[in-house]
Each structure stands twice: as C-alpha cells, then as structure tokens.
Design a protein around this ligand. Structure first.
Ligand SMILES: NC(=O)c1ccc[n+]([C@@H]2O[C@H](COP(=O)([O-])OP(=O)(O)OC[C@H]3O[C@@H](n4cnc5c(N)ncnc54)[C@H](O)[C@@H]3O)[C@@H](O)[C@H]2O)c1
Length: 340
C-alpha cells in the first residue's frame, strides 16, 4: 500500500464541510488494514520525514498530574496532501487504578483543500500499530540479520512489537520477553506462540534478556526520572536498543556512550528534555530515524557499534495510517456519518 489521497473522492463521498465520518475503535479494527500495510505506510511517512517534506511542530501538551500528559499532535504531509491531528493522553497509572489503557485518544483527518474535518476516529489501534512498525523498521535498518530480539513490557505495545519483529525482521529466531508483571509475559507467550514461527522465551530477568538479545526494545512507562532498570554494564558492543518509552527504562549512561543516538524527531526529544525528562541531559543526536530510512544519513557503520534509536512517536505516521483507514472506511461503507 502506498499513501493514497484521492481527496476529491473522499471529500465528495463525505459531502466535505457538512458531514463527518466517526470511526469507533471497533470500526477501525474491523476495516482490516494489515500489519504489512501499516509497515508500508509508516515507512513512507518516515521517508517523507527524513527528506524534510513535512510540517509537524513538536507536541504541545497539558499536564494535569505529575507524569501525566495530553499531547496535541498536528501534522501535514505535503507530498500526499494529508493533514490531521492526534489528541492523545498518557496516564501511566490507568491500568492499576481504573483498568483502563495507559493511552487513549482520537485522530482528526481534514480535507487539505477546504480545511473541513473529514473524519474523527479512535486512535488506540493505530497507535498500537504504528509504534512497533517504527521500532522494527528502525531495527531492520540498523541491525540487519538480527536473530534475537528482547522486549521489555508485555502490554499493548509489547505484544505488537513481538508480532512486528516476527513480520519485518527476516531471520528472527528467538524473542525474549520480560515484564515485572509475570502474568503479562505469560499471556503474551500463550497468545502469540501459536501464531508465530519463532521461539518466544520468558526472560528470567531484565539482565538475562539484555545479555541474550542483539536487538532490544522497551515499552513500559514514561517517567521523568529514569528507572534505569537495564544497567549500563549489561549492554555490550554491537547491540541495538530501541526504546519507545523515552529514557525511562535504560541507564542514561548507555545512551550517553552509544556510538549513535538516533531519534525519530529531534524537536520532540528537545521538547521532552525542556520539560524535565532526560535529567542527565539529552545525549548528542546523530540523526533522525527517517533520515536513516531515506538513506540521507548513515545507519550502522560497524558491527561493534552500540546504537540507541529512541522513537517517541510522530504525528506524520499517525496521519498516514489514519488517512488509509479513512479511505478504506469509505470503500467499505464503515463508520457513522454525523452532521458537522
Ligand atoms: N513511542 C511511542 O510512539 C509510543 C506510543 C504508544 C505508547 N508508548 C509508550 O509505551 C509504553 C507502553 O504502552 P502500552 O500501551 O503497551 O502500556 P501497557 O500498560 O499496555 O503495557 C506496559 C507494560 O509494561 C510493564 N512494565 C511496567 N514497568 C515495567 C518494568 N519496570 N519492567 C518491565 N515491565 C514493566 C507493565 O507491567 C505492562 O505489562 C508507555 O510508556 C506508553 O506511553 C509510546
């Protein structure tokens, strides 16, 4: 799948300016966009970003409680002509306090020609899909031929990371998983082992997983003060680490001494640093993930390099996927039309 617009057709179908399509979480899931399609859409959005063909101010947010954020994530991709915004929150205590996901939100897609809103959709599914897609695209580019993957956090993101690693990292043989909640790791293995043609292993400890896998990722919690669960001394030459929970899980010294610290968005990381994340300082940034995927900047240049690739999430990926969901919904007659 390529990023498609046909905006005249979508705007026409929807009577742009008078009708809006609402897509619930179930609608979005039932539309049937595949993980392969998400990988293609995400790759294209990253490449557009790598070529600087985008407008995407760093997330502005509000913060009602400590360690809680709401982010407004607007973006415009001029190539395919997609404009939209995700409005998303992160409440790390939601699962414990309310049996709710940490992250919920909505995505709006507008008609770039008239500006009129075309669709509002639940953004949980697309966030659960595009985040691991970014991780594994980064992993495949930065660590081609890896056969072992370690996943910290076995929740919504962890589970999808394992699925995407199996899909997008050819030659992957073993995935080690770890979660402080052992039941989450057991549930991940019970659900995914039957569907995946690789070995899933519950790691005995964070240290054992770190020392077993060439490529590591974490999706746990995002906190201002690093938990530093993975000690710098456990990380060895040649490993690739791809956090999607910012700097929380890792000993800050690892990112500081990495041969390359690559981020999805420099502006986003600088913004988080200005809000008090990275209390030990933002490491020197070598390049952006999209630049590596676009071939504008180098990825791995030697087998010994330690590479940290931090992807905090970009609206260009959200709107690329949201736009595809909207197109598919129109084709299938899915969703609820509402008057504007
Ligand atoms: N970078 C991005 O684009 C992006 C997008 C969405 C979510 N996230 C972040 O990813 C993280 C996970 O999100 P989710 O929706 O999967 O949450 P989730 O609550 O479904 O899963 C988190 C899992 O991490 C585990 N965990 C917590 N602390 C841990 C620790 N110290 N060691 C090992 N496991 C631990 C929890 O037990 C839980 O199973 C959150 O921090 C979220 O903000 C990032």
């Amino acid at each position: 799948m390529t990023i498609t617009t046909e905006r005249g057709r979508v705007a026409g179908e929807l009577k742009s300016g008078s009708d809006l399509l609402y897509l619930s979480r179930q609608d979005v899931e039932d539309i049937g966009i595949t993980r392969d399609e998400i990988l293609d859409l995400t790759r294209e959005a990253l490449v557009e970003h790598g070529h600087q063909r985008y407008e995407m101010p760093a997330k502005i947010g509000v913060h009602p409680y400590d360690n809680v954020f709401y982010h407004a994530m607007p973006a415009y991709l001029p190539g395919p002509g997609i404009v939209g915004m995700k409005w998303i929150e992160c409440y790390p205590d939601n699962p414990r306090k309310f049996h709710l996901p940490q992250t919920t939100g909505l995505l709006v897609i507008n008609d770039v020609e008239s500006g009129a809103p075309l669709a509002v959709m639940d953004s949980a599914w697309l966030t659960a899909m595009r985040t691991p897609a970014v991780t594994v695209l980064g992993a495949a580019a930065l660590h081609p031929g890896a056969t072992t993957f370690g996943m910290f956090g076995c929740g919504v993101q962890g589970k999808e990371h394992v699925r995407y690693a199996a899909l997008a990292m050819p030659g992957m043989e073993t995935v080690y998983v770890h979660d402080t909640n052992e039941a989450a790791a057991d549930a991940l293995i019970a659900e995914l082992q039957p569907e995946l043609d690789l070995r899933l292993v519950k790691g005995e400890s964070a240290e054992a997983v770190t020392k077993s896998a060439q490529v590591l990722s974490s999706a746990t919690v995002i906190l201002r003060e690093p938990l530093a669960v993975v000690k710098d001394g456990w990380v060895t030459a040649g490993q690739t680490i791809l956090p999607c929970d910012l700097n929380t899980f890792w000993d800050p010294r690892t990112s500081q001494r990495a041969d390359k610290y690559i981020v999805d968005s420099i502006a986003e990381h600088e913004l988080f640093a200005s809000m008090g994340y990275f209390p030990d300082g933002l490491p020197a940034i070598a390049s952006e993930t999209g630049e590596v995927l676009a071939g504008v900047k180098p990825g791995r240049e030697s087998a010994d390099e330690i590479i940290v690739n931090s992807n905090i999430g970009m609206a260009v990926c959200d709107i690329a996927v949201g736009n595809a969901i909207l197109h598919r919904a129109i084709e299938r007659g899915a969703g609820t039309r509402l008057p504007l």
